[in-house]
Design a protein around this ligand. Structure first.
Ligand SMILES: C[S@@+](CC[C@H](N)C(=O)[O-])C[C@H]1O[C@@H](n2cnc3c(N)ncnc32)[C@H](O)[C@@H]1O
Length: 211
């Protein structure tokens, strides 16, 4: 994962140019820009800061974490630094937070979590947040003809895609497509309220962290 995203950093944002996805993206960008109004947001796996650029202007503060220095470099150039700090770090070992957060966001990260690490990831994330925090995940739905086909499924049910980069290299990348019920069940014990919504190509999970 780390090596793949380091190598892909410069061409990562091409994924946001697929013509058929533009109407969904505009709706989501508008929605996400309002969700974190006035909040201190911990962003996990921020990549090139594509989503950060939409919610940071209205947030009180953002700490955005990613494993790859190559994507962080693009993110730092994209989003003005007044409220956002981009930091290299591991989503599974979230550093002892500088300050506290009443919101968290991760875009297109859940799909890359191995099924047997989802709970560990969520526990670590929740430890960094205040009770009552708003947590939002967005990610891809699998859409035949638009999504990269699944090339492999392992014994635990994780699915993988074979992806090519413009330098000619190919990479097998873990990419899960959880169903609504699976997502809601994963956060049930941690949340006061949880809502799932979907667009043609994407889903969102939003919940309030229980006290
Ligand atoms: C699909 S990209 C999503 C980027 C961005 N959130 C977006 O929606 O455009 C996944 C990101 O996860 C990062 N990543 C991979 N493993 C990670 C880890 N263990 N901890 C933190 N970030 C990680 C990659 O560097 C990459 O930027």
């Amino acid at each position: 994962m780390h090596d793949y995203y380091s190598a892909r950093a410069a061409e990562y944002d091409k994924i946001y140019l697929k013509p058929e996805r533009q109407p969904n993206l505009r709706e989501m960008e508008t929605w996400i820009s309002r969700v974190f109004e006035g909040r201190s947001v911990l962003e996990i796996a921020c990549g090139t800061g594509y989503w950060t650029q939409f919610f940071a202007p209205r947030a009180a503060r953002v700490l955005a974490l990613d494993a790859a220095e190559e994507t962080l470099k693009i993110a730092r150039a994209r989003v003005p630094p007044s409220k956002v700090e981009f930091v290299q770090g591991d989503a599974y070992e979230i550093p002892a937070a500088t300050g506290s957060f009443d919101a968290a966001f991760a875009g297109f990260w859940w799909s890359h979590i191995p099924l047997n690490r989802v709970e560990t990831f969520l526990c670590g994330l929740h430890q960094a947040l205040e009770p009552g925090a708003t947590v939002v995940f967005i990610d891809n739905r699998f859409v035949q003809g638009s999504s990269t086909p699944i090339s492999l499924q392992d014994a635990e049910g994780n699915t993988y895609q074979t992806r090519a980069l413009s330098d000619g290299t190919t990479h097998r990348v873990l990419k899960n497509f959880p169903a609504r019920a699976e997502l809601l069940e994963a956060v049930r014990r941690y949340s006061q309220s949880a809502a799932y919504r979907e667009w043609d190509y994407y889903w969102a999970l939003e919940y309030t962290l229980a006290a």
